[in-house]
Structures are given as structure tokens and as C-alpha cells.
Design a protein around this ligand. Structure first.
Ligand code: NBY
Length: 843
């Protein structure tokens, strides 16, 4: 038996241990094999979609071998792992990313070409998973790419929503939302792990009892049990074998649940219960900056957190079993959990519950472990975005967690009282519980108290976080608060999105820049080289031409490829001030229509592109889209504008569209009211791709200006330090309205762009009345126009402009997520890279 077993093992090893060959012929055989055996089709001229499926499966095979080996290796070594918990991962399309990270782009392109297919066309067949709202979800995906590339043992955990971010269509000039069922053709990038399922309890009650030592213990019982089913997606690093995992949970009914209802003879009840279970992970909430407080959302959060912690716990305990010297108290040596905003913060009481009620630790021991495991990233200081759950809701859904939260708060407030006796104001500000009716649980306070480190996402944001959101906590724990400025992955946002510029870079400094962006710095001196500037402009023109073709093909709009391409593409929000942009466009339109032919000859032609989704319930944001579409219709039809001005709202902005648009921009706008945009990450992508930005001194714009030089950015507007005073003054001393703003608003109000029946435009414009101009739109209008004029003027100095773009793009290394993640690893997680290298004889 023993000998047999060994022989079997050896044979198995021999059969499975070599990596697949990657020469063109082998790739072709793999493609055809998948067409025939995975997709069950043959002997037809197959469409691009079928070949997309086959290519994806062939690439997936190559990901899986590295992935399983990496995971086995890190388990064997027992390395500390990072777990990035996020309700959102906006991964974008996978095929291009996978072939390029595997170093197989050329080979696949050739393999496909020889059999009559084009890799680019095949890639555009992929439907992108939109499992996130915007910046926060995309950041999580950039982080996963970097974590894999830099060989950190790290997993992402999230939800496999059946319906992602809604599809936006524009019907009659208005946003209409359509469900995004992204799984219609199946998903070749995921592996359903039927062996990885956990029960998750909801509702029920808490039973109190004494254990054998006479300690009071609690058990959470009854209620409903839902199953969490794991789906894994390999996350390949660039130029490394290391392949990490993103594990997303899907909800499904548990068997017990079904049986109970069936046995009670309640067939319809059983089916209904099944539906209820599945609804937990059915849809992504499409709000990017307001807290909806919906019960289903809390269910989602707890469902995903509970499954994730059970999974982490199981893996940790397995490793404890392996080494025998590790104890449960060593969890912080093996596990670092990063909370992406407060959305997964219920993990703090959940880990406490596991340690207290399941592991039977004392409160002090449990709290010590828990606090050393968790860290929390804050992404906003907008009050309306702060998550709060009503105490009655948590009590009903998670009764044991409510008890634990009260206990955390009780012990914490005792500490506060010791530090500041008789300071009730401070006590109520720091309390996890807000004493309103009903009482509310402030998730941000819970997250701060339960984490060892709290970070903001750009310097100014961290400063405001400390001074306005958590000043008392800062006094108590000054070392807890740190800044880690955001970054974006150069793999997707340069190498993949901008092949024209990438090949210039690689030609200059070799391919090493892709995971070491600092290597671009020497190229800055090339800004003085006329020939190089010409090549640079040619690359930009290639990217602009691609957008010109796309606009014509998909929207039937013709634009002047030599115009200045101006873009503002991001979620629609009052604080992001798309209205300022529209008012600027209306002003420009007025100037054009009133200009003499000679004056028109002097004007710089512009293509103004806007895109972004409005949350379905956000009236002002939807009104804004309506106005943009109306302005676009009038301007584009006006012969006076012809080649001088085009206004385009591109529907359904997503990651793939961003990859098309960003490389083609000359100027992009990042014009939030100072102090309100935590960081922004689009700003980084645009500058890396050789665009210049018009921006306020807000978020990461400030650090970008520092890195590229202020002379390379068109900055304007009130500073964050001035905003409060300006707001105070305006109510009694409203500033005089700029006559150009007066004219623009007058045009809109008088119906130049139509008169929608519900006064939508009036609603937009009333909000910038100089008495109550909350977002300082009217206030900043004159300096905004000055910045735009400056951009126009500079754009005409072609050579100087190109030099600015080169200097800026090649100064952006610190905005690579590679730098960001190194900081997280050193300052927060205390983890080291663990490169996995396959045995020599394989590849
Ligand atoms: O996170 C964004 C910030 O606005 C941006 O400045 C920053 O660069 C980026 C990355 O740090 N925040 C963001 O995208 N937030 C959301 O998408 C979001 C999603 C859901 C909810 C709140 C915010 N929610 O409460 O459900």
C-alpha cells in the first residue's frame, strides 16, 4: 500500500508538474482544443466572440498553473499574508492584462493572426465586470495588480455581484439605468470552488451561559443561515510567476434551510426563502458618495465579512497546525487585514465574536489580537458619505455584534474619561454610538478604534482627516494616523492602454520602466530634443485618432483631430463640479457666436468630452447630465462652431472606455471644490499618459503639481484653507457675479438649450446663487476661465506644450501603485515580498 501510494504520487507529479509550452504552434493547438472541447464547436468559421472564449480559456490554463503553485508555495513557507477587504473591485477586462502580464501578448497575437483573427478585436469582445462604483473600486484593482507584481502574498476578498454597476444609456437626453448582467456568456476568468463554502447567520438571538470555569459566555443562535460560495480569480503579476487570488463570495441557500421549509410542507415558502438568500449578492449599490442605510446593504457587508473571516481563520489555523509553535495569539504575525473604507468594518466585531464565542479567549486577549490585525483606509470626509447603521437594525440582524459594539464602546469611553474627565462634548463626539433617534452606530469611529493604523489617501486629505474628522482621536493616538498617497498601476494605465507611448518608453530605456516607473525620469531631458518631441506628438495623435474613429463609429460624431481634446470623465457629483465645466463651455459657445471671423481664426478648436454615471437617486447629478446633453445638441448643430467647438457626453463610462480616452487627452479637468476630493486617481492616469491638467489645489493634484512643477499644471480656485471663510462671508456679503457667468446662466435659463418641464436647469443654477454657493462654483468661475484661457494659449505653442507633457509624464513615478503598496507594506502591514520561482526544468 505504502509503496503503491508513493508510486502513484510520483506518477501524478510527473504527469502534472511541467508548465504548458508557449510557442506559437502550441498556443494554436490550445486554442483549437478549447474551441472543440471546452466550447464544443468545430468546422465553422467562428465569430470573434467564440475565439475570445477560446483564447480566454487557453490563457486561463497558463494562469492556473502559476496560481496553484504560488498558493502552495506561500502556504508551505507560512508567510504573513495581506487580505484586502473591499466591497468593490473594478477590475476591467482581463484578457489583455493577462497576456501582457504573462509576457505572451506577442505570441498570442501571432498565433491568432496566422489563423485569421486579430488579438485586439478578440480582446474587445470581453464584457467587463463592473463590480465597483469608481475610484475606490478601481484603486482596489490597481492594488491587486501591484501586490502580485511585487510578489506580496496577498488576497483580495469581495462580493461577486450578479448585477454590477448599471449600464447607463442616454434616452431623450437623460440618463436611464439598465441592469448589468455581466455573466451572460459565463466568466472564463473565475473558478467556482464548490469545496469552499461557509454558513453565514443572520437574525436570531444571543444565549448567555456559564462555561466550565464559571465565565459568562455568549452564543449566537437561531435566525437564518445562508451559504457563501467562493469564486476565485487568478491575479497575475507582471513579469513574475507570482499569481495571487481574488476570492469573491456569492450567496446561496443552505440545505438545512430548504429542508426545514419543505418538511413543513411549505413549498412556496421554501422557494421564497431561496430567492431571499440569493438576493444578498445580487446587486452592487450604485452610490459613490452617499450612505443609503439600506438593510440589504448591511446584509451584504456582514455576509462577505463573515465568509471572509471564516476563510482567513481556517487558513491561519491550518498554518498553526503545521508549525505547532504558532498560537492563536500570533494571528497578527500571519494576518494583516486592510479595510477599504468602512464598508467591511463590521469585520471588527465579527473577529471579536469568533475569538470570544468560538475560541473562548478573554476580552483583553481578543481585543489585542483584533486591533493588531486590522487597519483602515478612509476615502472621504464628506459628511453624507459617513456610514451609519441604526442600532435597531443591527440589533435585529446581528444581535451579538450589537452587544460587542456596545462593549467596545463602553471600554473605550472609560479610557476617554480617564484622559479627559468631565468632558461630555468630547465623549459624545468620540462615541461609536450617536445619541439620535434612533441611535446610530458610526462605522468610522468603530473602524478607528478597532484598527492599529488609519490612513488617508493624499497628503491634504490626511491633514483634513486629522483636523476635521478625527481630531480627538488624533490627540489620543497621534501615531495611529498616517498618509499613504494613492497610485495607479502602470501596467493597465500605460502599457496596456497606451501602446504608442509605451513603445517610445521601451525604445528609450528598455522594458524595465513597467515595474519601475522611476526609470522614465532621464527621458525628461529629451523634452529639449525636437525630434523626440515630434515622435511624442505622433504617439498622442495616434491615440487621438483612435478616439476620433471610435466617436464616428459608435456615436456618428465627427470631430477635428487637431483640436485640443479636453476631458472630464468621472462620477457625476456636485463636489466634482461638472457644472463649472458646463458653464465654461456655454461661455466659450457665447464667445464663438459673438466673434468676428478674424477673431474666430484666433481661437483654439476644442473637443469637450464628458462622461460619468449619476447615482440613480441623485437628482442634481441627473439634471447635470441633462444639461450637458442639451448643450451638446445645440452647440454641435450650430454652424458657427463647426471645427471650433464640439461637446460630447459619452454614455456608460467604464474602465475600457477610460483606457481608450485617457491616452488621447490634451487637457483633463480635476476641478473639485478644494478640500472635498480625497485624492482622485484619474488625475494621475491623465498626466502619465502625456496630458496636462486643469485643476484645483485639491487631493493628489497638489502632490502632482509638486512632482511635475506648478508651471506644468493649470491651477485655479480657492484653496482648502480659504473655503470655510468664503462660505461664511457669502451669506451676508454675496460676491458680485462675474458678467460672463451672468451671461452663461442667462442663456441657460432663457431656454437657449431648451426648457425642460420640471425646471431642472433652474434647480442646478439656483444652487450656485452667490448667497449659498456651497461648492464655490460661482466663486471660482473667473479663475477657472483664466486657467482655461491659459491652456488655450499654451496649446498653440506646440513645441513648448509638448515639452511640458514630456516633463510631466516622466516625473510621475511616485503615483505608481508600486510606490503606494511598498508604503502600505512597510508602514502598515509589515510584510515582505515572497517571489515564487518554479523549478529550473520548467520554462
Ligand atoms: O476613492 C474615491 C474618492 O472620492 C477619490 O477621491 C479617491 O481617489 C478614491 C480612491 O481613494 N471614493 C470612492 O470612489 N468612493 C466610492 O466609490 C464609494 C462607494 C460606495 C459607498 C461610498 C463610496 N457607499 O457608501 O456605499
Amino acid at each position: 500500500m505504502g509503496a503503491d501510494h508513493l508510486a502513484h504520487k510520483e506518477l501524478l507529479w510527473k504527469l502534472s508538474s511541467t508548465y504548458l509550452p508557449n510557442d506559437v504552434g502550441s498556443l494554436q493547438r490550445s486554442l483549437v482544443r478549447h474551441v472543440e472541447y471546452t466550447l464544443a464547436r468545430r468546422r465553422y468559421k467562428l465569430d470573434d466572440n467564440t475565439f475570445y472564449q477560446a483564447t480566454a480559456h487557453s490563457v486561463r490554463d497558463r494562469l492556473i498553473e502559476r496560481w496553484t503553485d504560488t498558493q502552495q508555495y506561500s502556504a508551505k513557507v507560512g508567510a504573513k499574508k495581506v487580505y484586502y477587504l473591499s466591497l468593490e473591485f473594478l477590475i476591467g477586462r482581463s484578457l489583455g492584462n493577462a497576456v501582457s502580464n504573462l509576457g505572451l501578448r506577442g505570441a498570442y497575437a501571432e498565433a491568432l493572426r496566422q489563423i485569421g483573427y486579430n488579438l485586439e478585436d478578440i480582446m474587445s469582445e470581453e464584457k467587463e465586470p463592473a463590480l465597483g462604483n469608481g475610484g475606490l473600486g478601481r484603486l482596489a484593482s490597481c492594488f491587486l495588480d501591484t501586490l502580485a507584481t511585487q510578489n506580496y502574498p496577498a488576497w483580495g476578498y469581495g462580493i461577486r455581484y450578479k448585477y454590477g454597476m448599471f449600464e447607463q444609456r442616454i434616452l431623450n437626453g437623460q440618463q436611464v439605468e439598465f441592469p448589468d448582467y455581466w455573466l451572460t456568456d459565463g466568466n472564463p476568468w473565475e473558478v467556482e470552488r464548490l469545496d469552499v463554502q461557509y454558513p453565514v447567520r443572520l437574525f436570531g438571538h444571543v444565549r448567555e451561559f456559564k462555561d466550565q470555569e464559571g465565565n459568562t459566555r455568549y452564543a449566537w443562535q437561531g435566525g437564518e443561515v445562508v451559504m457563501a460560495q467562493a469564486y476565485d480569480t487568478p491575479i497575475p503579476g507582471y513579469g513574475t510567476y507570482n499569481t495571487n487570488n481574488m476570492r469573491l463570495w456569492s450567496s446561496k441557500p443552505s440545505h438545512e434551510f430548504d429542508l426545514a421549509s419543505f418538511n413543513a410542507g411549505n413549498y412556496y415558502g421554501a422557494v421564497e426563502a431561496k430567492e431571499r438568500c440569493e438576493s444578498i449578492t445580487s446587486v452592487l449599490y450604485p452610490n459613490d458618495a452617499t450612505d443609503e442605510g439600506k438593510r440589504l446593504r448591511l446584509k451584504q457587508q456582514y455576509f462577505f465579512v463573515s465568509a471572509t473571516l471564516q476563510d482567513i481563520f481556517r487558513r491561519f489555523k491550518k498554518s498553526v497546525g503545521r508549525t505547532a509553535t504558532t498560537k492563536i495569539q500570533d494571528m497578527p504575525k500571519k494576518v494583516a487585514i486592510q479595510l477599504n473604507d468602512t464598508h467591511p468594518a463590521i469585520a471588527i466585531p465579527e473577529l471579536m465574536r469568533l475569538l470570544l464565542d468560538v475560541e473562548y479567549l478573554s476580552w483583553e486577549e481578543a481585543w489585542e489580537i483584533s486591533r493588531n490585525v486590522f487597519a483602515y483606509t478612509n476615502h472621504t470626509i464628506l459628511p453624507e458619505a459617513m456610514e451609519k447603521w441604526s442600532v435597531p437594525m443591527i440589533t435585529e440582524l446581528l444581535p451579538r455584534h450589537m452587544q460587542i459594539i456596545y462593549e467596545i464602546n463602553h471600554r473605550f469611553l472609560l479610557e476617554v474619561q480617564k484622559l479627559w474627565p468631565n468632558d461630555d462634548t468630547r465623549l459624545s463626539a468620540m462615541s461609536i454610538i450617536e445619541e439620535s433617534t434612533p441611535k446610530m452606530v458610526r462605522m468610522s469611529n468603530l473602524a478607528v478604534i478597532g484598527s492599529h493604523t488609519v490612513n488617508g489617501v493624499a497628503m491634504i486629505h490626511t491633514k483634513l482627516l486629522k483636523s476635521t474628522l478625527f481630531p480627538d482621536f488624533l490627540l489620543m493616538w497621534p501615531e495611529k494616523f498616517i498618509n499613504v498617497t494613492n497610485g495607479v498601476t502602470p501596467r493597465r494605465w500605460l502599457l496596456q492602454a497606451n501602446p504608442a507611448l509605451s513603445s517610445i518608453y521601451t525604445g528609450m530605456v528598455g522594458p524595465g520602466w513597467v515595474n519601475d516607473l522611476k526609470r522614465l525620469e532621464p527621458i525628461k531631458t529629451m523634452a529639449q530634443d525636437a525630434l523626440f518631441r515630434q515622435r511624442w506628438r505622433a504617439a498622442k495623435q495616434t491615440n487621438k485618432n483612435a478616439v476620433v474613429d471610435w466617436l464616428y463609429k459608435t456615436m456618428g460624431i465627427q470631430v477635428n483631430p487637431n483640436a485640443l481634446f479636453d476631458m472630464q470623465v468621472k462620477r457625476i457629483h456636485e463636489y466634482k463640479r461638472q457644472l463649472l465645466n458646463v458653464l465654461g463651455i456655454v461661455h466659450r459657445y457665447a464667445e464663438i457666436t459673438q466673434a468676428t471671423p478674424e477673431q474666430r481664426n484666433q481661437m483654439v478648436p476644442r473637443v469637450c468630452i464628458m462622461a460619468g454615471k449619476a447615482a440613480p437617486g441623485y437628482v442634481m447629478a441627473k439634471n447635470l447630465i441633462m444639461l450637458v446633453c442639451a448643450v451638446s445638441e445645440v452647440v454641435n448643430a450650430d454652424a458657427a462652431c463647426r471645427d471650433l467647438l464640439k461637446v460630447i457626453f459619452i454614455p456608460n463610462f467604464n474602465v475600457s472606455l477610460a483606457e481608450l480616452l485617457i491616452p488621447a487627452s490634451d487637457v483633463s479637468q480635476h476641478i473639485s471644490t478644494a478640500g472635498l476630493e480625497a485624492s482622485g486617481t484619474g488625475n494621475m492616469k491623465f498626466v502619465m499618459n502625456g496630458g496636462l491638467i486643469v485643476g484645483t489645489m485639491d487631493g493628489a493634484n497638489i502632490e502632482i503639481a509638486q512632482a511635475i512643477g506648478e508651471h506644468n499644471m493649470f491651477t485655479f480656485g480657492a484653496k482648502a484653507s480659504e473655503v470655510a471663510a468664503i462660505r461664511r462671508t457669502m451669506s451676508h456679503h454675496p460676491p458680485k457675479i462675474d458678467p460672463r457667468l451672468q451671461r452663461a446662466t442667462q442663456m441657460i435659463r432663457s431656454g437657449v438649450f431648451g426648457k425642460p418641464k420640471d425646471g431642472e436647469y433652474h434647480q442646478l443654477l439656483d444652487a450656485i446663487d452667490p448667497h449659498k454657493d456651497v461648492y464655490l462654483t460661482a466663486q471660482d468661475f473667473p479663475s477657472y476661465l483664466r486657467a482655461m484661457d491659459e491652456a488655450d494659449a499654451q496649446f498653440q505653442l506646440e513645441e513648448k506644450w509638448t515639452a511640458k507633457c514630456i516633463e510631466s509624464a516622466c516625473s510621475m513615478w511616485m503615483f505608481s501603485s508600486d510606490r503606494t503598496i511598498r508604503e502600505y507594506a512597510a508602514k502598515i502591514w509589515n510584510v515582505e515580498p515572497l517571489p515564487f520561482r518554479p523549478p529550473k526544468h520548467q520554462n
